[in-house]
Design a protein around this ligand. Sequence first.
Ligand code: UDP
Length: 472
Amino acid sequence: MGSENSQLGILFFPFMAPGHIIPMTNMAKLFAARGVKATIVTTPLNVPFVSRTIERIETCGGATAKVDIQTIKFPVEKAGLPEGCENFEFLPSEMLSSFLKALAVLQEPLEQLLHDADCLVADMFYPWATDAAAKFGIPRLVFNGTSFFSITAMESMTQYYSEPFLIPNFPGEIKLTSMQVPSFIREEVETDMTNVLKEAAEAGMRSYGIVVNSFYELEPAYADHYRNVLGKKAWHIGPVSVCNKEGQDKESSVDEHECLKWLNTKKPNSVVYVCFGSMAYFNDSQLMEIAMGLEASGQQFIWVVRKEKNGSGGKEEWLPQGFEKRMEGKGLIIRGWAPQILILDHEAVGGFVTHCGWNSTLEGVTAGVPMVTWPGFADQFFNEKLVTQVLKIGVDVGAERCVDGVDEVGEESIKKEAIEKAVKRIMVGEKADEMRSQAKALGEMARRAVEEEGSSYSDLNSLIGELKSRCP
Ligand code: UDP
């Protein structure tokens, strides 16, 4: 593409889960806004989600430059998966590893599209994408959806010591326990998951570089460590969720949503937003503890509950008797999908209880709100440490065990007292103001980073410049 009309053509191939599709679509929009022909590649059942994400970005004033979608078939039967299994979000735990392994069948259909591209940005869960790109002589960039802090921490953790231990060869004195480390690092067992991750690490070494949804000022020590000590090529281009043009249509979409109207009636910093991302389903008793903890905290709240089986009017056994009646005007439960960024950005929201998925964490940082950290799996415990120990804009709820499957999230049972205490600490506690002003300062830095001349804006320009210079 670059050679024909001097427009750089980049394919973006996200892992099929909301936490990867959303930031990569945002990323594609950012590239498109700088004149790149950006195309998202996905499978048919994921197209509606990608299209909706594109629409959402546009509604909230994001870059209007066009992003194309190309579909490739996912031969699930060939991969030994049941019909319709095209997204990680809805898979039972026991199928997650086989899903990851099965993704290799996508290499062939993806390659059909590569002869027309100048660069491939592919998710880390497609380790074979490096070789696929190499066949066509184009660079492959890796996207792994987390922070410099987590990437670097995981790479530094080939060994650890007695409990609790400090992450070795790593800036800052960051303490972890072995239970907070994902089992693929902790145990020397071989599974489909560990194999894919090993291949991903190996492919990462041979790839052109990595694009990170973060900004330099947020984690300079870790960005430097990754580049200078681990010797990797990386570009920080985030937060990709920030809408490019301030205001624009934002107000109209604000009014459309019931919960945003509700927030309009509240005082600044008076509501805590509680959401655990797109994957975690808590069991009834954990949800009950959350409800009781929120009520006891005395704080106003918006609480997003993902509870499929009770979603359509079923009996809700996870709420204390009369809870919603008592909480009328004070607390709002959203069953399903919330407009998270619009909620976080609302001035009435003054705190965020998060599972520390990287997108949510960075969205919280960008909105300038202190956080209660409640990690469950993957990189989430590392992100927690960044928030509580490095940035000092949050408190942990006390989660202790990194689980393997999303089905196990919430099994640990965090008690209502711990939830109440943590929520009070970020909303009205002794250190709440200090955390809030530190969070606000980071939020401003995040916005500046993506404005013209900002660190992420400049790094994206230099990446595009470098890719263009490779085209004949
Ligand atoms: N999200 C949202 N509404 C919801 C739940 C999640 O908009 O009700 C978005 C959230 O803003 C974030 C993404 O989904 O961009 C979740 O990604 P994250 O990395 O935080 O967690 P994951 O879902 O991958 O565990």
